[in-house]
Each structure stands twice: as structure tokens, then as C-alpha cells.
Design a protein around this ligand. Structure first.
Ligand code: MG
Length: 248
């Protein structure tokens, strides 16, 4: 069963989401060539704890860090470490925050210095596909309306949509029903209702859609080694335009 949140719960979820949004802006400012991804993770954990919140990813299924940092061909779930960012990299940062038992979840992919035109287009199209999906997160639509909007934009630009990982409900837990695929599946999927809070998160590969998991058991990479991008927001479904809770 998907969760409908009442006004009080939405208020708490908004607080968690605000921290997520502010943290991503801060991380974008400090992610520069030469910076180690584990330094970004330390800064993120400080930022979250100073706001009286808890990093939701840390220790989730034994994930070791507060954020996921996924570089170039890494799709999602990259573990921050001693890797130093290079000019021309693209870096996906995924953040989850637990504030008073309520959750927000968002991700961005950012260019490190000057990146190639192909990578730049990948970022622009992936972000645009997120907003195309969000526009369909309206009361009485179906999950498949979101999926179709994302897939159409991505494939129309010659890129591919990852199948093995999908968006999800979020709010009282980090992962809730319903799953939100970024590609067409049989049927229309569950109906969206006002009061649902959803993490919509297209993962877009430059070439083939297939992914594999690295030996660290977390990092998801493209099978063909080409780059991948990831954008995500937590949104509130309403009767009319959805509210993007992680946008600050
Ligand atoms: Mg998510």
C-alpha cells in the first residue's frame, strides 16, 4: 500500500527535504577538481548533523557513507573514497536525510570543471527528463504517466533509461511503495493520489541501458563503460501542479 501523508506529516517531510536541497547546493559549490569524494561525504555528514538530522543512507543495509558519489560510468550507489575528482568528470551525488523520523531524498549530477559536449548534453537531458516526469505527478494520473514522460524525452535524445533501479515512495521511510520505473512497463501502474510523496529519479546512460554491480557490492556501473547521469527530487502529489519538496 502506498502512503498518503497528512498535513502534519508533510510538514515534517518538508523539513527533511529542505536540508537535502540545501546540502546539494552546498556540495555543488565545493565539488571541484582535486577534491576527494570522501571529503565531500564528511562535509555532508557535518551539514546534516548540524541541522539536527541524521544521514539516512549511512548504515542503510550497511551502506558505509552519508552520501553516494558516482563518477562518470558509475550510475548510482558509489561509495565516497580516496578518488580525487578530475576536470571533465561528471559526479552524481545522492543524499537522503532523516529529520525526526521523516525522510527526503534527492540527487544531482554535476560537471567538474569543463566537460565534453556529450556529457553536458547527458546532464541536460537527464535533468529535463526528471522535470518532465514531475509534471505528470498529479492526482489521478498513473505511475506510468511519469515513466512514459521520462523515457520519451531520454530516448528521443538518443540516450537510454536504466531498468534495474527505479524511483519510489518516500517520507515515513526511505523507500516506500509505489515503485516508479523510468521506462514503460505493462499496465498503467498504481494511481497517483494527492498526499503521496514520491522520489522520482531518472538514471540515464549515454549508450546501452545495461548496468552491473562492482565487487564492492554497491557501486552500479554501466556495462559498456560509457557515462551515466542521475537526477532526483522528492515531490508531493497534489490536485494540480506537484510541489517539489527538495527544491530550495
Ligand atoms: Mg531515491
Amino acid at each position: 500500500m502506498h502512503e498518503l501523508k497528512n498535513k502534519t506529516e508533510i510538514g515534517y517531510i518538508k523539513q527533511a527535504c529542505r536540508i537535502v536541497g540545501e546540502l546539494l547546493i552546498y556540495l555543488k559549490e565545493i565539488a571541484k577538481p582535486g577534491v576527494m569524494t570522501k571529503w565531500l561525504d564528511e562535509k555532508a555528514e557535518d551539514f546534516i548533523r548540524k541541522r539536527g538530522a541524521v544521514p539516512a543512507f549511512k548504515n542503510y543495509n550497511e551502506f558505509p557513507s552519508s552520501i553516494c558519489t558516482s563518477v562518470n560510468e558509475e550510475v548510482i550507489h558509489g561509495i565516497p573514497g580516496t578518488y580525487r575528482l578530475n576536470e571533465g568528470d561528471i559526479l552524481s551525488i545522492d543524499v537522503g536525510v532523516n529529520k525526526a523520523g521523516y525522510f527526503g531524498d534527492a540527487a544531482v549530477t554535476i560537471p567538474i570543471g569543463q566537460v565534453s559536449p556529450e556529457k553536458s548534453k547527458l546532464l541536460n537531458v537527464t535533468e529535463a527528463s526528471l522535470y518532465a516526469g514531475i509534471q505528470k505527478a498529479i492526482h489521478k494520473n498513473h505511475v506510468s504517466d511519469i515513466s512514459k514522460a521520462i523515457q520519451g524525452l531520454v530516448e528521443g535524445n538518443g540516450f537510454s533509461v536504466v531498468r534495474d533501479f527505479v524511483g519510489h515512495g518516500v517520507g515515513k521511510k526511505l523507500h516506500e511503495e509505489p515503485p516508479i520505473p523510468n521506462y514503460k512497463t505493462p499496465g498503467r501502474g498504481p494511481r497517483l493520489l494527492s498526499g503521496m510523496t514520491l522520489a522520482i529519479e531518472p538514471m540515464v546512460n549515454m549508450k546501452g541501458f545495461e548496468v552491473i554491480i562492482k565487487k564492492d557490492k554497491w557501486t552500479v556501473v554501466t556495462k559498456d563503460g560509457h557515462p551515466s547521469a542521475h537526477f532526483e527530487h522528492t515531490v508531493l502529489v497534489r490536485d494540480g501542479e506537484p510541489e517539489i519538496l527538495t527544491m530550495v
